[in-house]
Ligand binder design. Sequence first.
Ligand SMILES: [Zn+2]
Length: 104
Amino acid sequence: MLTIRQIIKLCEDGVDITFKKTRQKSLKGEYSDQALEIIIYMDNIGSEYDLDITILHEFIHARDYTKPERYHDRSEKHIDEEALRTYNKRPYVLKFIKELYELK
Ligand SMILES: [Zn+2]
């Protein structure tokens, strides 16, 4: 699960989050390690819950890029499971992200 410490580290490393229109149907978000940028495609976000899970999902990708190579291609299903676990068990992590990145 994501931790507050990991979020702080990503923020300090310069990971940013931006919101754009969609280029691809069904793509909700992506993380660019080169640009250190999380992009959320709002056109494909269906609800506040959807947005919350997508934000956590992309932060997990960003966090995994700070780990050895073998973590970079974890399946989307596993990332979603971790996002859901973080959402349910550590709701303060999402709240912290929103405050840190002024997403309100
Ligand atoms: Zn993903």
